[in-house]
Design a binder for this molecule. Sequence first.
Ligand SMILES: O=P(O)(O)OC[C@H]1O[C@H](OP(=O)(O)OP(=O)(O)O)[C@H](O)[C@@H]1O
Ligand SMILES: NC(=O)CC[C@H](N)C(=O)O
Ligand SMILES: [Mg+2]
Length: 511
Amino acid sequence: MCGIIGVVGKNPVNQLLYDGLLVLQHRGQDAAGIVTCDGNTFFMHKNNGLVQDVFRTRHMRSLIGNAGIAHVRYPTAGSSSAAEAQPFYVNSPFGIVLGHNGNLTNSAQLKQEMFRQDLRHINTNSDSEVLLNVLAHEIETSSHNAVLNTDMIFEAVAGVHKRCRGAYAVVAMIANFGLLAFRDPYGIRPLVIGKNESEQGTEYIVASESVALDVLGFTLVRDVAPGEAIFIDLDGNFFSRQCAESPQLSPCIFEYVYLARPDSVIDNVSVYQTRLHMGESLADKIAREWKHLKIDVVIPIPDTSRPSALELANKLNLTYREGFIKNRYIGRTFIMPGQALRKKSVRQKLNPIGMEFKDKNVLLVDDSIVRGTTSRQIVQMARDAGASKVFFASAAPPVRYPNVYGIDMPSRSELLATGRTDEEICAEIGADALIYQDLDALITAVQKSNPDIKVFDCSCFDGKYITGDIDEAYLACAESVRGDGAAQKRPANSITQLDLNLVGTEEEELV
Ligand SMILES: O=P(O)(O)OC[C@H]1O[C@H](OP(=O)(O)OP(=O)(O)O)[C@H](O)[C@@H]1O
Ligand SMILES: NC(=O)CC[C@H](N)C(=O)O
Ligand SMILES: [Mg+2]
């Protein structure tokens, strides 16, 4: 996942976009970028790194204009090169910038089509650059070189839906015109709309998660519907249209398990509440099938599992204790690039409080076990801290299948649960017992908060890919291109690629 924001305001939006990116940092730690629009001109700065490291005062000063978009990146295609940091820019037609959360599943084919039929050059291996060029081509076609209007923009988004497969939540700006945002016909990745009634008129925001709206002082209006496009012109007029033929809301269930912040509301579902529900149903399963376990204390693995662990303990009438202290200056491990770094960071990040483990039977609760990087080390830490028995519970079912929609788990061989029984996984992480949530129970946990969502993308748990275009050949190819150690994942030398960074260069600083 990545984090995206777009704003059309009545005053300069640079600080809003920066503050919004800080709040969405948990969705991408590799690169960050902001583009502002002052009428006909875009101002852009983007680079690898955390938001606080990428933007300096000199960049912020140069990001002028009352409208703009911003992005934090967690790469799932191409490499982590700075040249693939977002937003991307294309000059024709009209000048367009785009930020994308998700992953296209037909980007290789589209890239060829772009080159052969549409005479467009894609300079990186990023699927998002492909998506921008498809959008640009469709806008060019629908506008017939005439003056652009909203009908033409919505027609272009309909064209994007016809050509693109996979997951895409998008914010884009068309120079001198306005902010465009849309979601793929399944609404796999989240996107919400907010507004703020200022003295000068209504200001609009779109963002990956509602937490960005809360913090920026906007109120949540609604989600962008699957397949829908919204357009806000630079005067703040709001337009929307359904652009897909058969939209069907099927959000990624992993957003609720791990990706989103608990204080966000996505598709009318409080992420926090679903995590409480997950804890409740996991407690039911333990009460039903694991009564014989003598548990002295329930301990969460910070951060994401906390609400589930808390509710699980409540339901089972067990003591809940914070047994691991997290170093607040280290980011999320799972979205770090490369297994070596992920492995090292778990020990740097989490440290046990000895007295909570000494001579106790502990139940450790995590939201999920993916590669097993965290669980393997945490169980050992609990033992080293003197635990008598270490039981482990996961609020999500076993992750056995790759994700192709914007979560970087492309390779079955990296997933701890692929090809292993629960007992074998338990032995791998060195626990005395392992309890997984059932998939039905996970779905129910989310549906309890919004029964209108009938379908979820649960592909990493059940191998059923909602877009229907994923076969063994696709998975094998993704595995070879993006698995740990694959060449494309290594940061390419961005100097060999076009550098379109525009504002606040070191040279400017010296002037
Ligand atoms: O099995 P693994 O491959 O280790 O992946 C799963 C772990 O990674 C995530 O934690 P992370 O540290 O990324 O973030 P958090 O602080 O939000 O829990 C998740 O919450 C699990 O703890
Ligand atoms: N995680 C994401 O949403 C990634 C967006 C895009 N596929 C990229 O790699 O930059
Ligand atoms: Mg975690």
